[in-house]
Design a protein around this ligand. Structure first.
Ligand code: RIB
Length: 304
């Protein structure tokens, strides 16, 4: 079972040709409201790829809460662990430019009230894959990570958004999944210096923390390091419409494939194919692929 502990948001999408400069106003015909939040997106990606998923998070008592929760329920995700907070449901303002790149501001609201204590001990065992990101209070993440490790669960930490984390907390993650900015932040905090190459960075983080380190680099694919072994996976060749949530798709699909019994490299291939397919429509969860859709493109992902 895949247990996702993390954020749920309603995403407000604004399409722009180019991002406004400070002091500039640009017009767009209208906003689109979609389900989002890194935690919810990862849960949705895992479920769409065939995983059995339980979501733990928090939303407000407002109408906006229906946006992320309804989407997860429609995918058969167990939402009984979603707490109700007095704060407003998390909201993200997302501008997407003509190249499909985004710029995001999140109003965290209810996500700041998520508590690890609400996670029953019975869902933490050797069959559990715990998936986390950094849009909920970090101390709650690490509290739950400690319990999960003690219970024999596999743990995946996606350090998004980027944040410096202590070596002892990073060691709680069996898999660290980072984009390039996040990798720089994690690396600089661990080694108190910056580093040049992505492969060296992945290797150094993996050596220091003892886990697998995966660094996603968009159109350049993924670099992985696992106990001294370095590998690369190519990216799916696509023309992105919106890259929002592509990283979340990678994490969720990776978790689902580990749960299916695939090894790290094979799970990375599936996750890389799925992340590419997730860029084809506006919205973080709109173009999440099914397992069949991923399989139809898997041969295009080369591992070296
Ligand atoms: O990773 C994309 C997500 O980041 C969006 O869905 C938005 O809600 C923010 O959390």
């Amino acid at each position: 079972m895949i247990l996702v502990f993390g954020s749920l948001n309603a995403d407000f999408f604004l399409s722009v040709q180019t991002f406004p400069l400070p002091g500039e106003t640009v017009l767009t015909p209208g906003a689109l409201i979609k389900a989002g939040g890194k935690g919810a997106n990862q849960a949705a990606a895992a479920a769409k790829a065939g995983g059995l998923v339980k979501m733990i998070g928090a939303v407000g008592t407002d109408e906006v809460a229906k946006v992320p929760v309804t989407a997860l329920k429609a995918l058969g995700i167990d939402c009984s662990g979603i707490q109700v907070s007095q704060l407003a449901t998390g909201m993200a303002m997302i501008m997407v430019d003509g190249q499909g790149e985004n710029s995001i501001v999140v109003a965290s609201g209810a996500n700041t009230t998520v508590s690890a204590d609400a996670v029953a001990q019975t869902v933490l065992n050797e069959e559990t894959i715990l998936v986390m990101q950094m849009e909920v209070p970090p101390e709650e993440n690490f509290k739950l990570l400690r319990r999960a490790k003690a219970a024999g669960a596999k743990t995946i930490l996606n350090v998004a958004p980027a944040r410096a984390i202590s070596e002892s907390d990073l060691k709680l993650a069996d898999y660290l999944i980072l984009n390039e900015i996040e990798a720089d932040t994690v690396y600089s905090a661990l080694f108190e210096k910056t580093f040049l190459g992505i492969e060296e960075k992945a290797a150094a983080i993996s050596d220091k923390t003892g886990g697998v380190c995966l660094i996603t680099t968009g159109a350049d694919g993924v670099v992985g390091a696992q106990r001294g072994d370095i590998f690369k996976a190519s990216a799916l060749p696509v023309c992105p419409v919106d890259t929002t949530g592509a990283g979340d798709a990678f994490v969720g699909i990776f978790a689902a494939m580990l749960d299916n019994g695939l090894d790290t490299r094979q799970a990375v291939r599936y996750a890389a194919a799925g992340a590419g397919l997730a860029c084809l429509k506006i919205g973080a969860q709109e173009s999440l692929p099914t397992l069949k859709e991923i399989e139809s493109r898997i041969e295009e992902i080369k591992i070296s």
